[in-house]
Ligand binder design. Structure first.
Ligand code: CDP
Length: 224
């Protein structure tokens, strides 16, 4: 193998993938790739353009949209996302993007383009990539595949806390409905649905601290 190892972390909304992946990448000195941020950025581009979701119009937007990811200033912060020279880090976390992203992420053209970009990031390995289809489609050759889960209630509580931290108060019921709907759309789509790769290690994060999960993954990595 003439590339560095790849760690793939997949799982449903709010399972803690981003936080865990960021900290694992920091501890192991690997690049962190948040593929969900890329889907969120394209969703923002399509919503702003107010186009109809037909192949020609989608192709035009994809051609015009340049997304760049910059490492967070600190591992407790999300990745910085820029689109065509503008910082969209905060905007892509807004609930109106969360509510539309699964529909946009189901479009074959969108997936094809982002998969290519993600594979380019991982060409030399040395990467922790998180998303929905990393272990199954983007990096099926990843040395370590993790599927993070947690109960819907627990995931909704975590997501609600994140929203509060961003200054937006949302009812728990509403957050739960939003992540449940997104999980349903993500796991039932035809292309690259959310699912664990057959060789993924499933980790249930209910009642376990972030540190515990990160240590667990780092130890699994050292056993490779
Ligand atoms: O962080 P959270 O769990 O809310 O989601 P995210 O990782 O930001 O991903 C947002 C959405 O992008 C998901 O609900 C999926 O629809 C889509 N996505 C995807 O289809 N494939 C990926 N590899 C990553 C995200």
């Amino acid at each position: 193998m003439n590339r560095q190892p790849i760690i793939a972390i997949d799982g449903p909304a709010g399972a803690g993938k981003s936080t865990v992946a960021r900290l694992v990448a920091e501890q192991l000195n690997l690049l962190y790739l948040d593929t969900g941020a890329m889907y969120r950025a394209i969703t923002l581009a399509i919503l702003r353009a107010q186009i109809r979701l037909i192949p020609d119009q989608i192709a035009e937007i994809l051609d015009q949209t340049i997304i760049t990811l910059h490492p967070p200033a600190h591992p407790s912060q999300p990745v910085q996302v820029w689109m065509n020279g503008a910082d969209i880090t905060t905007e892509i976390r807004q609930p109106y993007i969360s509510d539309q992203v699964s529909a946009i992420a189901a479009l074959p053209q969108v997936r094809q383009m982002l998969k290519q970009q993600q594979q380019a990031y991982g060409q030399t390995g040395g990467i922790v990539a998180e998303g929905r289809d990393i272990g199954t489609e983007v990096f099926p050759q990843a040395e370590l595949k993790i599927f993070l889960t947690a109960s819907p209630q627990e995931r909704a509580k975590r997501r609600q806390q994140e929203l509060i931290n961003q200054g937006s108060n949302t009812e728990l019921e509403q957050v739960l409905a939003s992540i449940t709907s997104r999980d349903y759309q993500d796991s039932t789509r035809t292309i690259a649905p959310l699912r664990a790769a057959p060789d993924a290690i499933q980790l249930d994060t209910d009642g376990r601290s972030i540190t515990e999960i990160v240590d667990n993954i780092v130890n699994l990595f050292y056993l490779l």
